[in-house]
Design a protein around this ligand. Structure first.
Ligand SMILES: Nc1ncnc2c1ncn2[C@@H]1O[C@H](COP(=O)(O)OP(=O)(O)OP(=O)(O)O)[C@@H](O)[C@H]1O
Ligand SMILES: [Mg+2]
Length: 248
């Protein structure tokens, strides 16, 4: 399993300062979340950990080694699902296994197992156009899970899901993480989702993004969204994002 270290990272795109002095460590097996306003650089942080982007200053390390390129042990689930429209659900989900040379029989077994986890059993032969939006998103989550990566990087994975599916998927994610000790970094706009899921929550400022708060909790799971500790954490995040006060 992997420790991820973001070491005094800055990022600029041309004239645009996007990230400023980002510094944090996600320990092996930790579940971390980042919340922050739109455009503050959250996806950019994730893309650097995934090896798709390089820092302008500082370093991004996995187990002490600089991350220079994508690695199948660190899988990024994008904000928008990206299924191949000409492939069925099972062929989309099994695509990475196919590339890795996993034989068809084992592939089918692993694909079926993960489709069951995301609630898509029976939809193996469907094409993306025949699925609902939420089902497409679950298929793309299945495609990442089937590779069994050590690090899961989730960029608003549930943003497009309806509220009920979203809650179910949150529980599935916890089950999955608990059983395997994977390192997880979740980006979300949903403060409740962050508090429900994560051990550590980082709050970012508007661009240029900085970490303005780190909150840690060992609330037992499944978490009660109405418990005093939950409500306190939610409020603390809202306060640091400067939400919840307005003048009439
Ligand atoms: N490849 C790129 N080239 C130029 N600018 C970019 C690039 N990628 C991101 N940016 C800029 O960096 C800033 C941060 O983008 P990023 O996607 O990381 O934000 P975010 O926090 O994920 O936002 P959201 O919550 O809306 O998804 C934005 O101003 C964006 O325009
Ligand atoms: Mg983003």
């Amino acid at each position: 399993m992997q420790t991820i270290r973001i070491d005094k990272v800055n990022k600029r795109f041309g004239q645009l300062d996007v990230l400023s002095d980002i510094d944090f460590t996600i320990e092996k097996g930790e579940f971390a979340a980042i919340v922050g306003p739109s455009g503050c650089g959250k996806s950019t942080v994730l893309r650097m950990i995934a090896g798709l982007e390089t820092p302008s200053g500082g370093q991004v390390l996995a187990n002490g080694e600089p991350i220079r390129k994508p690695d199948p042990q660190r899988v990024l689930i994008f904000q928008e699902h990206a299924l191949y429209p000409w492939r069925t659900v099972e062929d989309n989900v099994g695509f990475g296994l196919e590339l890795a040379g996993v034989p068809p029989k084992e592939r089918r077994y692993r694909v079926d197992e993960v489709l069951e986890k995301v609630g898509l059993s029976g939809f193996q032969k469907y094409f993306p156009a025949q699925l609902s939006g939420g089902m497409k998103q679950r298929a793309s989550i299945a495609r990442a899970l089937v590779m069994n990566p050590e690090v899961l990087l989730l960029d608003e994975p549930y943003g497009a899901l309806d509220a009920i599916t979203r809650l179910t998927m949150q529980n599935e994610l916890i089950k999955l993480w608990r059983g395997t000790g994977k390192t997880v970094l979740l980006i979300t706009h949903d403060i409740d989702e962050a508090v429900y899921l994560a051990d550590t929550i980082y709050v970012m400022s508007p661009r240029p993004g900085r970490i303005i708060k780190k909150l840690q909790t060992d609330m037992p799971r499944p978490r009660n969204r109405n418990s005093a500790e939950f409500v306190r954490l939610r409020q603390e995040i809202m306060d640091s994002l400067d939400i919840g006060t307005y003048n009439i």
